[in-house]
Design a protein around this ligand. Structure first.
Ligand code: AHR
Length: 502
């Protein structure tokens, strides 16, 4: 058996973990809303049409915040269309996803759903086809107590108390040619600054996220962040990062190494934020909101076929990636990367939550089930709270097409408020089990409480409605602690959650 080791120290801390790094995302896209969270007439629907089976899955994921209503969708969205009596709401062509948006679910309905699911809302405004004026108006509608045009409109629409939305996205992926109202970095930086100023004048308690690059692959990545922040640095609290990975060539070692890119991405954006801070002699620190991350590639061809046959229909089954076991391993590594960067990544959203590149799937009129990526997210969200510990990992490494020195063991650790320690580890080795030695001497009297492990012999194995537990966690081999040093077996190609306590 191969060996790797980890050294932990209770005083060797990266930072406290903002629970919002376990956020997710619901866009008016595909069957995320209609057929996902909302399906009136379904046997599990509540009196408002929300599927209770879906809410139960969301609750298991312990999602503290959900980004809404887009995504690309938001860049053509008029928030006024989504409030007031449902029968009066217009049907609109959504140019982001070539779908008809009926506006049956809008801000009020979504806020009710989010409350049922135990989540706050991270609300995205339209800075594509609209501007600071409408941004100011929606903050007034959502957060002002009353006595003004839009706050009184909210009250008239049945919501006396403000929604109290604290976190706002200033548009979405404004660097992308696919975006309605794409802008240059300087154009966007100016409009984001003016929108942020006016939104915060209406409600000074809010925080705002400026759009960073929509991927590291964008030719403007880096210069976009620099030029955009040069315009709005003092007015914004976070810069967004978006990243999706795929494995179209079936290269599992290369695919599992993609978090090397994610890590570089985070470090680069932190460096740029701090460079602008230095240039401006500012005391303000801009942190990161990794508000779209996941695996996304399985459904690309299928989506082209859907659009060929069925453009402009309602709730087209778009972006319905079916996730396999290796996708769960990469999702686990992506979560590890977020925890490792908890000092600067304060918000992150698994994109998305239901049906659309999602951990939870539903069938219209049928069941709901958990995809493979559901489990690492659930474990991280439930056990990865508290403090992120600087985790010194000594592991054999490998080379693949894009990277050298990829550690076979990708790991990090957290400590909760009661002093319990959790180690999260992915074994990227296709063949070899590892004996992992974990130095816990500074914690005193730790024992292994639980070893949760996920492995499947077939990296392409998936869960389906008929076989929902094909890829699911089980108890791992666990291990022992002797004089403060734990020894735990980590099987080849596995996701591991090792929980230590007294
Ligand atoms: O999450 C799906 C889409 O991916 C979002 O709408 C967009 O922001 C990104 O390109």
């Amino acid at each position: 058996m191969k060996k790797a080791s980890i050294i932990l120290d209770k005083d060797f801390v990266i930072g406290s973990i903002d629970k919002r790094i376990y956020g997710s995302f619901i866009e008016h896209l595909g069957r995320a809303v209609y057929g996902g969270i909302y399906e009136p007439g379904h046997e599990s629907a509540d009196e408002l049409g929300f599927r209770k089976d879906v809410i139960e899955f969301v609750k298991k994921l312990n999602v503290p915040i959900v980004r809404y209503p887009g995504g690309n969708f938001v860049s053509g969205f008029n928030w006024e269309d989504s409030v007031g009596p449902v029968k009066d709401r217009p049907k609109r062509l959504d140019l982001a996803w070539f779908t008809t948006e009926t506006n049956e679910v809008g801000l009020h309905e979504f806020a009710t759903w989010a409350q049922k699911a135990g989540s706050d809302i991270m609300y995205a405004i339209n800075l594509g086809t609209r501007g600071p004026e409408q941004a100011r108006d929606i903050v007034e509608y959502a957060n002002h107590p009353g006595g003004s045009k839009f706050s009184d409109m909210r009250i008239a629409n049945g919501k006396k108390d403000p929604f109290g939305i604290k976190l706002w996205c200033l548009g979405n992926e404004m660097d992308g040619p696919w975006q309605m109202g794409q802008k240059t970095a300087t154009e966007y930086g100016r409009i984001a600054r003016e929108a942020a100023k006016m939104m915060k004048w209406v409600d000074p308690s809010i925080e705002v996220v400026a759009c960073g690059s929509s991927s590291t692959d964008m030719p403007t990545f880096g210069s976009w962040e620099l030029e955009m922040l040069d315009e709005c640095y003092e007015n914004v609290d976070y810069v967004s990062l978006h990243r999706y990975y795929g494995n179209p060539t079936g290269d599992t070692p290369g695919f599992l190494a993609r978090t090397m890119d994610m890590s570089d991405f985070i470090k680069s954006v932190v460096a740029i934020c701090d460079a602008v801070k230095g240039k401006k002699h500012s005391k303000h620190t801009v942190n990161l909101s990794f508000d779209e991350w996941n695996v996304w590639y399985h459904s690309n061809e299928q989506d082209q076929e859907i659009w060929k046959q069925d453009k402009w229909n309602r709730a087209l089954p778009l972006l319905e990636d079916i996730y396999n076991f290796e996708d769960a391993l990469l999702a686990g590594s992506m979560l590890i990367t977020l925890m490792k960067n908890a000092d600067r990544v304060k918000v992150a959203c698994l994109a998305q939550l239901v049906n659309v590149i999602a951990p939870i799937m539903t069938r219209n009129g049928g069941g709901a089930w958990a995809q493979t990526i559901f489990y690492p997210f659930c474990h991280a969200s439930v056990y990865g709270r508290g403090t992120s510990l600087n985790t010194l990992v000594d592991s054999p490494v490998y080379s693949c097409t894009d990277y050298d020195d990829v550690p076979y063991i990708d790991a990090t650790a957290t400590m909760d408020d009661d002093g319990n320690v959790t180690v999260f580890a992915v074994n990227r080795d296709m063949k070899e089990d590892y004996e992992l030695s974990i130095d816990l001497r500074s914690f005193k009297d730790m024992t292994v409480k639980e070893h949760i492990m996920m492995h499947h012999d077939d990296v392409k194995a998936v869960n389906t409605e008929d076989d929902p537990d094909n890829v699911a966690p089980k108890q791992g081999p666990g291990g022992t602690v002797d004089s403060g040093r734990a020894t735990v077996k980590i099987p080849a190609l596995s996701w591991n959650v090792i929980r230590f306590g007294k």
